[in-house]
Write a protein that binds this ligand. Structure first.
Ligand code: NAD
Length: 502
């Protein structure tokens, strides 16, 4: 059967090109229809992208940082001008509601804006007279070809966590976006060309494991940034390190919100609704677990959540009245449904069941309504594993310490938050909890672009967090130069002792 569907191509050396004999379907999750085909790059195609990035590196590395930064400023403008178009692409392939797509894009743009401060960020360190007439300085040099592999859940934002800082620091880049929703990622890269990024500085190859493995194994790729699920993150980290690369691999999460008895329950309920069900729960910073301290707190939050859930509207992301769109694929829908079945089997109390939700005119869409469990306990599958769907579980504990011990014992340590009016409890929590990103009365403590993003434990493999100041260190190598110019005609004796400041 010949297909008339549009094909999403690779972007190599500034050109949209074919490459690879395989392709995958790209669905609209609100209708369940295949809308496009995306090419899946083979090894040769990825190597073409690497060669193009390598060829572009010498000139780009030597381009003054201010000129590189100006491309980022121009890109920011273009992204703002094309926001509606980009959000439509995100919603069509991911399913999230348009206002949420705009939020993601805005957060991505903030990373582009930060990258436009590159000249300031790359200034280095200088010490005069480290010895008699000796000066020393450290500069931060670009690595060469760098690569990024990104997940489906933020097709615009997560790639913008990576490549703008990488290229602003003088590197070139090969990006492998999620094959499930690649159109907005590709469109952003086209806008970067329009903003003045020279061909080859940013290349986009679509694909799956074959493309990823090529990036991990090719010696010309010096560093790899990854965001996705923990099993793949762990694999990327091990495989990339084995091949001598610098790797940062951000993985999955199971974020707990602690609700103290003194919290403003009304505000906490509103915050939890967005954090649990926004983007259908498909966020690595989503809150799938509320740990209520005391039974009265649990009863109060459940009552509030039930009231708010009853008001929620599930529908296509393109409908401005929808609060929550569909899940990303049929397979993911089935997986989330199985988790809910499992929660019931393992003895949690299902208070709100979203499994049978129907959206008029969208019978084949991957819609699931919000689900609310009570009496979720450690050891249950729905407690331990990342569901990545609209499923919120309430865990009951007696003390703050018990809540914190639970969080610390969990394998993930991406985000967490505490709702309280007690400053002492909040300070104890932020000081001691074993999690990388912590909120106090802030449910989604996603760091702004001038801080860095990363979890602890099995939510991040590597040393440096994503974007912000850590990105300058990740995408550059420190070189320290020590310099002296002896006065003409002065002969100096040989010294065999180790040089020191005397
Ligand atoms: P995923 O791990 O399935 O895919 C991520 C990327 O890896 C994609 O580009 C995919 O093509 C590639 N990939 C998949 N299988 C591979 C394999 N076997 N070998 C090599 N590459 C492979 O993740 P996803 O489903 O796209 O995204 C959701 C996950 O991402 C969730 O676990 C979520 O928590 C996580 N996530 C984490 C963060 C964070 O910052 N920690 C942010 C967003 C998403």
């Amino acid at each position: 059967m010949t297909t008339t569907l549009p094909t999403i191509q690779h972007l190599i050396n500034g050109q949209l090109v074919s490459g690879g004999s395989r392709s995958a379907d790209v669905f609209n999750p609100a209708t369940g229809q295949v809308e496009k085909q995306v090419l899946l790059a083979d090894k040769l195609t990825v190597e073409r992208a690497i060669i193009s990035a390598q060829a572009a590196f010498p000139a780009w590395r030597n381009t003054p940082p201010l000129k590189r930064a100006r491309v980022m400023s121009k890109l920011k403008e273009l992204l703002e001008q094309h926001a509606d178009e980009l959000c439509a692409l995100i919603t069509a392939e991911h399913g999230k509601v348009l206002s949420d797509a705009l939020g993601e894009l805005q957060r991505g743009i903030e990373n582009v804006e930060y990258a436009s401060y590159a000249p300031e960020l790359l200034k280095g360190e200088h010490s005069k007279n480290v010895g008699p007439a000796i000066d020393s300085w450290s500069e931060f040099q670009a690595l060469g070809v760098t690569a990024g592999i990104t997940p489906f859940n933020f097709p615009a934002m997560v790639p913008l966590w990576m490549w703008p800082m990488a290229v602003a620091c003088g590197n070139t880049f090969v990006l492998k976006p999620s094959e499930r929703d690649p159109s907005s990622t590709l469109r952003v890269a086209e806008l970067a060309l329009q903003a003045g990024l020279p061909p080859g500085v940013l290349n986009v190859v679509h694909g799956d494991k074959e493309a990823v493995d090529t990036l991990l194994q090719d010696p010309r790729v010096k560093a790899v940034s990854f965001v996705g699920s923990t099993p793949i993150a762990e694999y990327i980290y091990a495989e990339g390190c084995k091949h001598g690369k610098r790797v940062q691999a951000l993985g999955g999460a199971k974020n707990h919100a602690v609700l103290m008895p003194d919290a403003d329950i009304g505000n906490a309920v509103n915050a939890l609704m967005g954090a649990a069900f926004g983007s259908c729960g498909e966020r690595c910073m989503a809150i799938p677990l509320v740990v209520a301290v005391g039974d009265d707190t649990a009863e109060a939050v459940i009552a509030g959540l039930k009231t708010e859930i009853a008001k929620m509207k599930v529908g296509p992301g393109t409908d401005a009245s929808s609060d929550m769109g569909p899940l990303v694929t049929k397979a993911h829908f089935e997986k989330v449904k199985t988790y809910v079945d499992q929660g019931v089997k393992e003895g949690a109390t299902l208070l709100v069941d979203g499994r049978g939700v129907q959206v008029a005119g969208h019978a084949a869409g991957y819609f699931m309504g919000p689900c609310l469990f009570d009496h979720v306990k450690p050891g249950m599958t729905i407690y331990q594993e990342e569901i990545f769907g609209p499923v919120l579980g309430v865990v009951r504990v007696k003390t703050l310490q018990e809540a914190m011990d639970l969080i610390d014992a969990h394998e993930y340590g991406n985000g967490t938050c505490i709702f309280t009016r007690d400053g002492e409890a909040a300070r104890y929590f932020t000081d001691n909890i074993q999690v990388g990103m912590v909120g106090v009365n802030v449910p989604l403590p996603v760091p702004v672009a001038y801080h860095s993003f990363g979890g602890w434990k099995r939510s991040l493999f590597g040393d440096l967090h994503a974007y912000g100041p850590d990105a300058v260190r990740f995408y550059t190598k420190r070189k320290t130069i020590t310099q002296r110019w002896p006065s003409a005609g002065v002969r100096e004796g040989t010294v065999f002792s180790f040089p020191s400041s005397r």
